[in-house]
Design a protein around this ligand. Structure first.
Ligand code: EAX
Length: 322
């Protein structure tokens, strides 16, 4: 009897929550027009539609609520609802995810997307779920390229001594040390100013981010190194998510999938149109790059950050994905 009464009460309070209109804030580090902005809007539209308007949403773009590491921490303590973030700082919370950050691992977009949409992607979302976060869906940032203000970069020698901002990611830092640069980890919201003031000479990001952030205002050269694929992920706060009904959780997952699809479509578009935009805005685009020496140095210095802890099984499995 007692048990029944408690169950009825719980059901009642969930029903009440379900009826109230709740506004979900979606944080990300880029502009509302960026590939993340488009994805955030798709999340909001899908969630609003599926829930018949009981959930609404708004973006907190451009790192308004902090850098990606801050926002992930916000999810853990419940001060953030949903975040679209690169995996840049995620390995600090879920080290298994470093497997995805290894340089020169993914052959192309198809390889990366097939991996993330399959068994491996699901396993890593589950790992995220064991670390006081909810991994809703894999989204995308894109293949990263090196930009700088000093000189065209064609070979690892050209990176020598270049002060290069990296994400707060141990694999990326080790890779750039190996390739000869002087890596300086920094949160994204500080990056434009640091480039402008010459605190760093260069940075590396996909065409999507370089265009969205107008880095041509502070960078002269872009080398299409494509040295690493940069996944993004749609994360939710467990404090929010665990309080939802199963049906509501389903809406969030669908919204995240729609978000990832919209973002990937925008990545596709910018992979076509973005490089021309960089040229039009005065950047020198370096395309004649022999990737092999970069790949060798990067792998030698960075793969062990992951494999020392977890072995090479996951790396081999990713390589084997067709
Ligand atoms: O997620 O920090 C970075 O360079 C990221 O690529 C950017 O914040 C987009």
């Amino acid at each position: 009897m007692k048990h029944y009464a408690f169950g009825a009460l719980a059901a009642l309070s969930l029903a009440t929550v379900g009826q109230a209109q709740e506004n979900i804030v979606i944080g990300h580090s880029l502009s509302p027009q960026s590939h993340y902005g488009v994805g955030a809007q798709a999340f909001i539209d899908t969630l609003t539609e599926l829930s018949g308007g009981s959930f609404t949403g708004e973006q907190a773009p451009a790192g308004q609520l902090g850098g990606e590491r801050d926002m992930i921490e916000g999810l853990q303590i419940g001060s953030m609802d949903v975040v679209i973030t690169s995996t840049g700082p995620l390995g600090n919370f879920v080290p298994q995810v470093y497997a995805l950050d290894l340089p020169f691992l993914f052959r192309d977009y198809d390889h990366a997307r097939t991996t993330l949409d399959g068994e491996i992607g699901q396993e890593l979302l589950d790992e995220i779920g064991k670390n006081n976060l909810v991994g809703l869906a894999w989204s995308e940032n894109g293949f990263r390229h090196v930009t700088n203000s000093q000189r065209p970069v064609r070979t690892p020698d050209d990176l020598d001594g270049l002060k290069l901002r990296t994400m707060e990611n141990r694999v990326h830092m080790a890779a750039f040390e190996g390739m000869g640069a002087a890596p300086t980890p920094m949160a994204f919201p500080e990056l434009f100013g640091a480039l402008q003031q010459g605190v760093v000479d260069g940075q590396e990001n996909p065409v999507t981010v370089i265009t969205a952030s107008k880095f041509w205002e502070v960078q002269k050269y872009v080398s299409l190194t494509g040295h690493v694929y940069s996944p993004a992920v749609v994360l939710a706060s467990p404090i929010l998510f665990d309080g939802l009904t199963e049906e509501q959780q389903g809406w969030f997952m669908e919204a995240a999938k729609a978000s990832a699809a919209a973002t990937r479509a925008e990545v596709n578009r910018l992979e076509q149109a973005g490089v021309e935009m960089l040229r039009e805005n005065g950047m020198e685009v370096i395309t004649d790059i022999d990737k092999a020496p970069f790949a060798k140095l990067a792998a030698e210095s960075s793969y062990s950050v992951y494999t020392d802890q977890y072995g090479s099984e996951m790396v081999d499995r990713i390589k084997a994905v067709e």
